[in-house]
Design a protein around this ligand. Sequence first.
Ligand code: G6P
Length: 607
Amino acid sequence: MCGIVGYIGTRQEAAPLLLEGLTRLEHRGYDSAGVAVMSARGVRVAKRAGRVRDLQDALPKRFAGKAGIGHTRWATHGPATDANAHPHADTKGDVAVVHNGIIDNAAALRAELVDAGVTLASDTDTEVIAHLVGRSEADTLEGKVAEALARLDGTYGLAVLHADFPDRLVVARNGSPLIVGVGDKEMHVASDLAALVRYTTTVAHLEDGEIATITAAGFTTYRADLTHTSRTAAHIDVDLAAYDVDSRDGHMLREMHEQPAAAERVLRGRLVERFGTAHLGGLNMDVRETRAIQRVKILGCGSAYYVGQMGASLIEELARIPADAEAASEFRYRDPVIEPDTLYVAVSQSGETIDTLLAVQEIRRKGGRVIGLVNVVGSAIAREVDGGVYLHAGPEVAVASTKALTTMFLGFSLLALQLGRVRYLSVADGKRMVAGLQALPEQIEQVLALSDELVEVAEQLAAAQSLFFVGRVRGFPVAREGAQKFKEITYRHAEAYQTSELKHGPLALISPAVPTVAVVPHDELTDRNVGALHEIAARGGPLVVVTHAEVDLGDVPCRRIDVPRSERELDPILLTLPLQLLAFHAATHLGLDVDKPRNLAKSVTVE
Ligand code: G6P
């Protein structure tokens, strides 16, 4: 995890540029931040627990230097303290290192350094790298870094500053992204394009195993044995405006309200009305290959996993292909059987989530075909897959995914429709789905218009310490996603359950202090769902029911929230939206930082 920046030039001061870059990387971690610059008298470090703006406020007045590195942290080893913040230095203070990733053999290396008489200043895995570089007897900084890297097991994107080599930064990548940006007599380094694009759109992505020397004049890349590689920088086309997001009212609120437009974008040009189908050109599969698919396996993490479950239902319903979703974080470790006639689908907003990326690599290693549903263009997962669907949600900054999730659902709808129409889905049913999809942006708008009405009920839910979110079949992933949103931004315990399973255990917890948010669409299970609501009400459990106007809830005491109906297969996305709004209003009422919930990060780039 964590965000890394680096700068070296001849005219500009490094510190302001580094701080600006770090504010654009806070989605990678925001529990502490730090910078180091090459001053006239050697390496100087400023770092502290808290946000980048806290670091900015605390920065010494004179913190001059035309080369430097910076870091925003999401703690892995050791709590968020000033001492554990990066950059980390060696004993003499000549070396400064920022690092994204995890060093798996850090404990052994720490013990070895302590035995050698080194006093460690932090609990981190990163500090060992600074000491290993500082203790290396190699003549060049590249040599010192290569020697240190040879001792590490694990993942890293890192940048090193050394007082004896003031004309350069040395950076390295193994499993965590690192991008070099070429300017005019100046160079930038970052773990994410977002921190670079304001300065340059000429960039080079380092590959795993590469080391690079960065000077004001350019960069040179090497393998671990310091033989040269031939990486060159290339111009990339980026929509600069897309990176300049307005944060006045907070990102989550803005992003929720961008959902109708995002939905239109993901559908644009991909629906074929006449034949009642979808056309996803990026899948790179012809009709025969598409027909040969016997199974679909969807992999994602967090909200992407839950929307993957919604996607699996869509594919089973529309294409009648057995489909399921699995947490990508677990998949690789159970030595999965990779089947040649299974279509694997990796779903990710960032395209960087390491668990999802590693799952993709495992599938490809075993010869499986994997496509991506990815938002960030050119991201690691997008580059790794055999084909895919870009989601066009636009940049999503808030940790809690809203508009990206909605476009993921629509991406799955398009995929299910295309898979269905080369199999058994009739033209008539295909047309029904196309019309349903075309109506969704407007219906999403209608649900978002309920926002103000939901403030009061959200405040009531916020008063509970513990809540249930329940649903059945299509409604269950909706409940899971609702619980995830609620817990991640309100810090309340929110547990998702199949409504049908309540009576097999959790009903014991229902009481006036434990509200339940129930997802009850108008479908073949409505009666069963209403029965369960009675059972909850009979035990004094307060109820909020997200449902359709057509559903008769009888005399169940509850606060009902009606959303417009779509085609039954598409209903889940409209049922999900009020749950976003409830979580948002509850967290706002509690005075919490909705966009940057504690302990989390948006892009989870460590296992
Ligand atoms: C993190 C975020 C979640 C997100 C998940 C997957 O855990 O906090 O909101 O759903 O990563 O992210 P991805 O970028 O792969 O969609």
